[in-house]
Design a protein around this ligand. Sequence first.
Ligand code: PLP
Length: 411
Amino acid sequence: MTSINQNYLELQGSYLFSEIAKRRTKFIQENPNAEIISLGIGDVTRGLPDAVLKAMHGAVDELAAPGSFRGYGPEQGYDFLINAIIENDYKARGIDIATNEVFVSDGSKCDVGNIQEIFSENSIVAVQDPVYPVYVDTNVMAGRSGKYNQETKRYENIAYLSCTAENDFKPSLPDRKVDIIYLCYPNNPTGMTLTKEELKVWVDYAKANNCIILYDSAYEAFIQEEDVPHSIYEIEGAKEVAIEFRSFSKTAGFTGVRCAYTVVPRELKGLDAAGNEVLINDLWNRRHTTKFNGVSYVTQRGAAAIYSEEGREQIKALVDYYMTNAGIIRDGLASIGLEVFGGVNAPYIWLKTPGGMDSWSFFDKLLSEANIVGTPGVGFGQSGQGYFRLTAFGSRENTEKAVERIRKLSL
Ligand code: PLP
């Protein structure tokens, strides 16, 4: 028989969401009349903005007409979208990005998952803990993680950077040599951010220690405060050390439509086995064009419409809607004495479970006594134990109802 990639057997079961589903199903079977509100999974609930819809309908019509039909497009994305991204997301903030540094894709999950394959198998990876699990699992698949320790519940070769209330959810610099650092800001799951000065510490560290930062900025559009950087390239020198990932998923209701992009600056270099410098951009371009055939024309037209005047207003309204939900959750929980974090520049609220309860006990209490499904923090890593995530992506009505129910609990 053919041998398999042994690394896959090192993966831990995707326990978190299957366990949530299992407990939820059991509860519904036992309580068929319970009206469950889900503030667990990070999917959006509002429809696509009008400007996007119009652009996508127009693009479908173009595809039907022989003169404007499009087949395979450029794997990296159409110029109309790349130029809109550069003008609005970068030039408007004083950042110079060239067209050959932007790679449009069908989602940040794929990009943050695939990027690791252009780096050496021996690279040491650092992740924040709690963490978006894709960073860890894709490195496990690639054989970089080492063995999983059942006691510590961590992989032996991965450097975990703990983010807890004690350090205000700001990770300390690694205490050993690492090559690749995943940073996610605004953060999923904690909803917390770094200031420019704090992010500069990481850029300077990466420069001084020859590391590459993989900067996942999927929630950039939710930033409200002044001193929070929208792009890592706002920090001087970041183009020499960082790759940035952005997604239209949460910004514009694209979780089902699928469109995102990755910026790989031409200044960013790695070393080959002989110690020669290699442009990371060239490698990613090669990988992207070999393994990916581009995002559909219709989708890219929809994404480009987000940058029109009408589109920008509609996106702002969407973000405002979710951030109002975030405020309702934050204020509601704080008013009953719960310790809450995030929810100011991100659609996630991270709360400390009351009375020292562990994450799963709080999940069960919330489900059984308030009929609310959230996400146990420990599912994102050991440093998430004793925390719990709620999302602002529900409807206003459900969000208000959920907060009312939590307020009535005895905690
Ligand atoms: N990065 C983070 C931190 C996320 O939370 C998510 C989605 O939940 C993604 C990336 C994936 O986004 P996309 O829908 O673009 O694949």
